[in-house]
Write a protein that binds this ligand. Sequence first.
Ligand code: NAP
Ligand code: MG
Length: 419
Amino acid sequence: MSKISMGTPLVEMDGDEMTRVLWRLVKERLVLPFVDLKTEYYDLGVKNRDETGDAVTVDAARAILRHGVGVKCATITANAARKNEYALKNIFPSPNATIRAILDGTVFRKPVTVSRIKPAIATWKRPVVIGRHAYGDVYRNVEMQVDAPGRVELVFTGADGSEQRALVADMKGRGVVQAMHNYDDSIAGFARSCFRYALDEGLPLMFAAKDTISQIYDARFRDIFNSIYETEYKNKFGEKNIDYSYTLIDDAVARVVKSGGGFLWACKNYDGDVMSDMVASAAGSLAMMTSVLLSPEGCYEYEAAHGTVQKHFYRYQKGEKTSTNPVALIFAWAGALEKRAILDGIKPLSDFAQTLQTATLQTIENGKMTGDLAALCDPPPSPLNSWDFINEVTGVLRSAINRKDWKRPLPSGKPGECG
Ligand code: NAP
Ligand code: MG
């Protein structure tokens, strides 16, 4: 079979530890034999970030802005222990934070579901997708401890010298104080990314906040979402037969737990941090959580939600063939190739990307899986190591391609043929 051609290159960002090992394996076994792969490669491994003064991360993010689609391996966020371990000269910020600051995006997390792995919430028949605002609020807070009675005020001094003041508290004694901020532009970017993702995926969108208590701050988010929806997206949503709704965050939590899934839940930064872990563990495993960063301009960066799986890597270095789950990495490659194919209008490439996803899911439905998933099955099948699992996927993929059986991934929650 001749290889499928690409048009625009993908921005490929390599990473660290066990995911770097699997990255190569996935690329060599599941992509290169089938696709005449065009990538612009950036090595975001911790050593190369250090050697380039982290310029490689900035260059990679700018390349995504230029080309539109990137795929990223998990990377070490350095700290003092990692500085010692890798003899680094500096501790640079998390590459994800650097990339997000440049793309100004929203992170969407969606669990990959298979019929053999039952979600902890039995009513979830389709995935619950989280859209997390990636700027501001408590992550950019300013806080202090005060040790004596006194007056705490918020003061805004305008560039023109004007002033706004609000009393925070007349402190009666020792206590703590915090201030937060966000920008209209960032909130609007968040809203547009969510509307665009919902349209792309054909999912209804719910945004939730606490505007009854936070009548200025959270209300600003609500109003910006509403006005962008009314002026830019209402008609497009109508054409796709999906809707947008705003609700209180506590009401949203109660509704999500009782829902059947199949919607996008837009969360403020902190809510998204907490709720994406809840959704990942309720859906099955962190190793089955996909993640895509979408910028308001329509640039995409695909990755796995998990980290570099450090403990497995130490065992791999000692010669063990670990049973590390590569599904989220495979889906990152498939998602990026599919998006590239759609943007460039290359049907064979999008057929391939979808078949790669189907083949991965079908392999698990066939009872072939890594240890993290096997432990969730009843009865548990014998777990495969990552190499054997990827070989099984390759077999299923090759036979689908030979049969010219291009097909979409199994609808989530639908039992597999062999489930
Ligand atoms: P982690 O890599 O997500 O792994 C934590 C644990 O979760 C693993 O020890 C393993 O549990 C399980 N796990 C995660 N992914 C798995 C997979 N694909 N297959 C099987 N099990 C999996 O988190 P970490 O070990 O705390 O962090 C390691 C490094 O990753 C850190 O340096 C951190 O900075 C970085 N990190 C990067 C990203 C990113 O680039 N997006 C995100 C998070 C963390 P068992 O040991 O029980 O098998
Ligand atoms: Mg978190």
